[in-house]
Design a protein around this ligand. Structure first.
Ligand SMILES: Cc1ncc(COP(=O)(O)O)c(C=O)c1O
Length: 460
């Protein structure tokens, strides 16, 4: 490709490339490699193929600066400024130690199960049908039974018809906020919390009220006061291995919080994003304790099955479920049947349980390696809670730290970290960073911690 690009750069537009056979001979590459290089150059707009005539260098049009200022006049100022890219979604340059991202490395995914599930799904009827808005019945059943299995005696488990399959939980959050809160009304959220939920709330036009949350979850009295003072009837939270803190609500806290939610005739939107990432404990979905429709449960498979088989579900009962379903219909109509069939295939294989069992010690080893590396090389990065599950460490840095400069310094030294700012619905309560221990190359954690330690020292 590099050789061809150089050749193209030295040619005039319309010049004809040598034939594939000549390129194979000239570069000593296989025909497959030559075809692949040509296809890439076509995609990059450098050459074009005219069937029967050959491959030609395309005319390059010089770009002139364009003026789109009329658009801002037409659109006016946005109601809320959504940022297109969270720090957690930035692409890592090759060779960088990537501790910033939110997704597990591919070596932690059930690759064999995914590949065969996708192949089977491609051959099945799912490849040709339109799913219903609520999803494939078998997948609805699987989600319902999974939560049902955690339901204690005396509580009625959810029905498959309570389940709505989503193309990832992110768009489900916007749906839930639109459907249950509605624009302009208040939504309570743990703080800090998942940046994507903050964005979804902004997108839905709801007013976010932060509720401080610690290692045991939020203070039930503070939650009760916020319900009373704001008139809000919806509380978004992550009771299990919260992103970013890793906190898991204690049983006692869960009971009290559920009581507060019930007493105020409110909803708890439970985002169970890390259900498959228990390390020292097991997940305890709060939704399993409720059959009166107070808990709206969001369960994602994106990170544990594959970011590419992006499937999640929301389980809601009563009229709330109907509102959410109506919003989904208006938003996206239905989720790809192939992806639903593939996700169902993966999670119903015996190998899925084996995969989850093997994942636990791998996550533990990575978490502990990053923790010990930080203790040794970045002792000023204070981690209040060792997470019992999830993918992240949440570290508080010395108060005077210049966070933007610290992140830039780390990046210049080859370590990508996420400034904690995006995880706060309002002003950050201190300089925090989030470090993901499930990314690629844990062998580089010690080097990463050393670079973070140096950057912390030089930035406060
Ligand atoms: C707490 C939380 N909720 C939801 C999501 C979005 O998940 P999905 O990929 O299913 O949209 C994430 C992804 O990072 C998350 O951390």
């Amino acid at each position: 490709m590099a050789a061809l690009r150089a050749w193209i750069a030295g040619s005039v537009p319309g010049a004809r490339l040598p034939t594939s056979r000549a390129l194979v001979a000239k570069y000593g590459a296989s025909p497959v490699t030559v075809q692949k290089a040509l296809r890439t150059l076509v995609a990059q707009g450098l050459i074009e193929t005219r069937p029967g005539a050959g491959t030609f260098v395309r005319a390059v049009r010089t770009a002139r600066p364009l003026d789109y200022s009329w658009q801002t006049a037409a659109m006016r100022s946005p109601h809320s400024r959504l940022s297109a890219l969270s720090p957690a979604l930035r692409a890592a340059p090759q060779g960088a130690i990537a501790l910033h991202a939110g997704y597990p490395d591919r070596e932690l995914l059930p690759e064999r199960l995914i590949r065969s599930a996708l192949a089977r799904a491609a051959r099945s009827d799912a490849a040709l049908i339109r799913s219903s808005v609520a999803g494939l019945p078998e997948l609805q059943s699987w989600f319902a039974h999974e939560l049902g299995a955690a339901t204690p005696v005396g509580v009625t488990p959810p029905l498959p018809s309570d389940v709505i399959v989503l193309p990832g939980s992110q768009s489900g959050l916007a749906t839930i906020f639109r459907a249950l809160v509605t624009a302009g009304r208040p939504l309570l959220m743990e703080s800090p919390t998942y940046w994507g939920a903050i964005q979804a709330a902004a997108q839905a036009g709801v007013e976010v009220i932060p509720i401080p949350s610690g290692p045991d979850g939020p203070d039930p009295d503070a939650l009760a006061r916020a319900f009373q003072e704001t008139g809000s009837r919806v509380f978004y939270a992550q009771p299990t291995y919260a992103n970013p803190t890793g906190a898991q609500w204690s049983d006692a806290a869960t009971t009290q919080i559920l009581d507060v939610v019930r007493a105020h005739g409110a909803f708890l939107v439970e985002d169970d994003w890390a259900h498959d990432f228990g390390i020292d404990t097991d997940p305890r979905p709060v939704a399993a304790r409720d059959d009166a429709g107070h808990v709206v449960y969001v369960r994602s498979l994106t990170k544990s099955v594959s970011p590419s088989v992006r499937i999640a579900a929301v389980i809601a009962r009563g009229p709330a479920r109907e509102r959410i379903l109506a919003d989904r219909g208006a938003e996206s109509m239905y989720v790809s049947g192939v992806l639903q069939a593939a996700a169902l295939d993966v999670v119903t294989q015996p190998g899925w349980q084996t995969h989850l069992r093997n994942l636990r010690p791998q996550l533990r080893a990575r978490r502990d390696l990053l923790l010990t590396s930080l203790r040794e090389h970045a002792p000023d990065a204070h981690i209040a809670t060792v997470p019992a599950g999830g993918l992240n460490l949440w570290a508080r840095l010395p108060d005077a730290t210049n966070l933007d400069r610290l992140v830039a310094d780390c990046e210049a030294a080859g370590v990508m970290i996420a400034a904690g700012t995006s995880w706060f619905p309002a002003e950050p309560t201190g300089p925090f960073i989030r470090l993901n221990y499930s990314g690629p190359n844990p062998g580089a954690f010690a080097d990463g911690a050393r670079i973070i330690g140096q950057a912390v020292t030089s930035n406060h």
